[in-house]
Ligand binder design. Structure first.
Ligand code: MG
Length: 401
C-alpha cells in the first residue's frame, strides 16, 4: 500500500532559542527555525528527509510549516539543490498542522506517516520496521523507546516522592507514527479537542483504537534544546568524521621554446612554455592534486594518464572540471585555495590577479577565496636557471550540505 509522509516543521523553536548559547542565538535571525541550522554541516531538516528519500513505499512528502515561511523555505531548498517537498501552511498546534497536511495528502494513499522535522536520526531501516508492523495492525503503529530511568510519583501537594512507578510498561512515544488515512481523518472528526493531541497515537486512543507499539533501541531523539543540538552534533562528527579537510598538491614542468606558458588557467606571454602531455599548466595541476588529496581520490597521474591519447594537449581547465565533479560527488566542496608558483621569468606580478579570478571561476569560488603567490628561485637550481616552472597548492574542502 502506498504511503504519504507528513513532516511537521510548524514550530518557531521558542524553547530552543531561549537557552541557546550565543553562537547559535546569533543565527536565530537568519533562519525561521532550528530545522534549518546546519547540524554537523547538513541542515537538520535535510537530514530528517534523508531517511525517507528513495524509499519506494513513500509516494509523497508534505512539509507542514508556518504560512509566512513558505517562500523562504522554497528558496532555501533551491539554494542547496534539494528536492522540495510539497509545502502546506500549518495551524496553531502540532495536531492542527498535521490535520492541514493530512487534508492535502493524496487520497489514493491508504496510509499516512507523520514524522517530526526535528528527529533527524530516524533511519530507513526503522521506518521499514514500522511500515511492516503497521501491516498487521488495524490502527497503525508508532515508534517508541522503553523508559530507562527510575520514575517517581510525587505527593499530591508536591515535594515528596511517594511511589516508584513500575516502568516495565512505560514507553516514550516517538515518530514516525503510521496511521491509516481514513482512520486518522475520522479521529479528527470525532474527538473533541483533537487539535490539542500531542501525537497521532493519543488521538487514535481517544477515538477508541489501539496502535501497535514498535519498540527499538536506536537513537531517534527530538532536538528540542540547544543542548540536544550540541549532543547530536558531537554524535555526527564522531560518526561522519571532520567537516574540513586539506589536500596538498605539487607540480613541476620543464620549460622549452615554442610552447605556450599556461599558468592558473591563463596564458602568460613568455619565450618558453611548459613541456607536457596536456597544456602543462603546473598551477592547475597542483590544485587538481590538492583537490584529489583532500577528497582521498588518488593523484592526477591515475586520473589522466600521460600515455592516453585522449589527454594529449587537453586544457587543464577541463581536467579540473572533471576532478571537481568527482570531489563534489564524494561529498566535498573546495572553499579555499592557496598556491605558490616558482618561476624565474617572466615576472608574474601583473598576472596574479587574473589567475586568481580565473581559478575562482573554475572552482566556483569568490576571488578572495583563491590566493596566488609567485617567487623566483634567486637564480639557483634548475628553476633559477629558467629551465622549469613549479607550483605548490594547499586546497581546503568542506563537507557539502
Ligand atoms: Mg603537470
Amino acid at each position: 500500500m502506498q504511503t504519504s509522509l507528513i513532516i511537521t516543521a510548524g514550530g518557531k523553536s521558542v524553547r530552543f532559542w531561549k537557552d541557546a548559547p550565543r553562537d547559535l542565538k546569533r543565527l536565530s535571525r537568519t533562519v525561521p527555525s532550528k530545522l534549518f541550522l546546519p547540524l554537523a554541516g547538513r541542515p537538520v531538516l535535510f537530514r530528517t528527509l534523508d531517511a525517507f528519500r528513495g524509499m519506494n513505499e513513500i509516494r509523497e512528502i508534505v512539509l507542514v510549516c508556518p504560512k509566512e515561511d513558505r517562500s523562504w523555505i522554497r528558496a532555501f531548498f533551491r539554494h542547496y539543490h534539494e528536492e522540495l517537498p510539497r509545502l502546506v501552511a500549518g495551524g496553531k498546534t502540532r495536531s492542527e498542522s498535521v490535520y492541514r497536511g493530512l487534508k492535502e495528502t493524496d487520497p489514493s494513499c491508504g496510509r499516512v506517516l507523520v514524522h517530526d522535522g526535528a528527529r533527524p536520526f530516524v533511519t530507513a531501516a526503522l521506518v521499514r520496521r514500522l511500515l511492516k508492523a503497521g501491516r498487521g495492525s488495524r490502527a497503525g503503529a508508532l515508534l517508541a523507546r522503553a523508559v530507562v530511568p527510575t520514575l517517581k510519583q510525587q505527593s499530591a501537594r508536591g515535594g515528596w516522592a511517594v511511589k516508584t512507578v513500575d516502568r516495565r510498561f512505560l514507553f516514550e512515544a516517538e515518530t514516525p507514527q503510521l496511521v491509516p488515512r481514513k482512520l486518522l481523518l475520522e479521529a479528527y472528526r470525532r474527538v473533541p479537542q483533537a487539535f490539542m493531541a500531542t501525537d497521532e497515537s493519543s488521538l487514535i486512543e481517544a477515538a477508541g483504537e489501539k496502535m501497535k507499539l514498535v519498540s527499538h533501541t536506536s537513537w531517534n531523539p527530538k532536538i528540542t534544546t540547544a543542548a540536544d543540538f550540541r549532543i547530536a552534533e558531537a554524535f555526527l562528527l564522531q560518526s561522519e568524521g571532520p567537516l574540513l579537510r586539506t589536500g596538498l598538491g605539487k607540480d613541476l614542468h620543464r620549460l622549452v621554446a615554442g610552447r605556450p606558458l599556461m599558468l592558473g588557467g591563463i596564458r602568460v606571454p613568455s619565450e618558453r612554455g611548459a613541456l607536457g602531455h596536456s597544456d602543462g599548466d603546473a598551477v592547475l595541476h597542483a590544485v587538481i592534486d590538492g583537490l584529489l588529496g583532500a577528497a582521498g581520490l588518488g593523484d592526477i597521474g591515475e586520473w589522466f594518464s600521460d600515455r592516453s591519447k585522449k589527454y594529449r594537449g587537453i586544457a587543464s581547465a577541463l581536467m579540473l572540471n572533471q576532478v571537481l565533479e568527482a570531489v563534489r560527488s564524494k561529498g566535498w566542496s573546495p572553499y579555499h585555495v592557496d598556491c605558490v608558483i616558482s618561476l624565474e621569468k617572466p615576472k608574474l606580478g601583473k598576472f596574479k590577479d587574473r589567475m586568481r579570478r580565473k581559478m575562482a571561476a573554475l572552482l566556483g569560488l569568490k576571488a578572495d577565496e583563491v590566493s596566488v603567490k609567485a617567487k623566483t628561485a634567486e637564480g639557483l637550481g634548475r628553476i633559477g636557471e629558467g629551465e622549469a616552472v613549479a607550483c605548490e597548492a594547499l586546497v581546503s574542502v568542506r563537507r557539502r550540505p
